[in-house]
Design a protein around this ligand. Structure first.
Ligand SMILES: [Fe+2]
Length: 239
């Protein structure tokens, strides 16, 4: 995934590409002009919907701070950390793979993984989301979990039992779907699992709207916002 020419590298930087193991998926072609400083830095795509599109489940204020301060903050930190280093010419995913588990590279890993996770998170929701997954994914969920309700139950359970900050993921692990949780910035794809969806359970994702009611935030997101079509595309890309 490393760029082969300066022009290709520029395109690579401008198009955030997320992979799940061998599967690859272009998340968005757009970028935010406020953070597009040139071809030599990493950028993130704009939100796929207006800041108020997730209301009343997630407020515009939460989305604004979460995207504009936290997500962009991780990106800005990362660009500072990798400037002039061996990581400066790598894709975001390669930076994550190269720094995962490297204690002396923890700052780069954390900011790179958080940049990736948040881009994946915004696309894991949709203003018209929720409900049941399309049939192809629903059948896979039922064969892996026994029922769709059991899958949702495991997502809520993972979110509420995760100690501290982290992420809950629906992933493909081998031939089955699983719900897994990761602490802080950890990313399932470095362990070979292929993410289909994620939910941010850092307090900054919900505290303004839900305070300590993390379970309510997760349940409402599942019912009204979760983007099953995004999960289907990611699932199909693993096949
Ligand atoms: Fe977050």
């Amino acid at each position: 995934m490393k760029a082969n020419s300066s022009n290709a590298k520029g395109m690579n930087r401008r198009n955030f590409i997320a992979s799940s193991g061998g599967a690859m998926l272009i998340l968005a072609a757009g970028t935010s002009p406020s953070i597009l400083k040139g071809a030599e830095i990493l950028t993130i795509p704009s939100l796929p919907y207006p800041e108020n599109a997730l209301e009343p489940i997630i407020s515009a204020k939460t989305v604004s701070v979460h995207y504009g301060k936290h997500h962009k903050g991780y990106l800005d930190n990362l660009n500072k950390l990798i400037s002039g280093t061996e990581f400066a010419d790598m894709t975001l995913e390669l930076i994550i793979q190269k720094t995962s588990g490297q204690t002396d590279k923890a700052a780069i890993f954390n900011n790179a993984a958080q940049t990736w996770n948040h881009t994946f998170y915004w696309r894991s929701m949709n203003p018209n989301g929720g409900g049941e997954p399309p049939k192809s994914l629903l059948e896979k969920i039922e064969s892996s979990f026994g029922s769709f309700d059991e899958c949702k139950k495991q997502i809520v359970s993972a979110a509420t039992t995760l100690f501290g900050s982290g992420w809950v993921w629906l992933v493909v692990d081998g031939k089955v779907l699983k719900v897994v949780k990761t602490s802080n910035a950890e990313v399932p794809f470095v362990s070979g699992m292929k993410p289909l969806l994620t939910m941010d359970v850092w307090e900054h994702a919900y505290y303004l709207d839900y305070q300590n009611r993390r379970a309510d935030f997760i349940a409402a997101t599942l019912d009204k916002l979760i983007n099953w079509n995004f999960a289907v595309k990611n699932f199909e890309a693993t096949m």
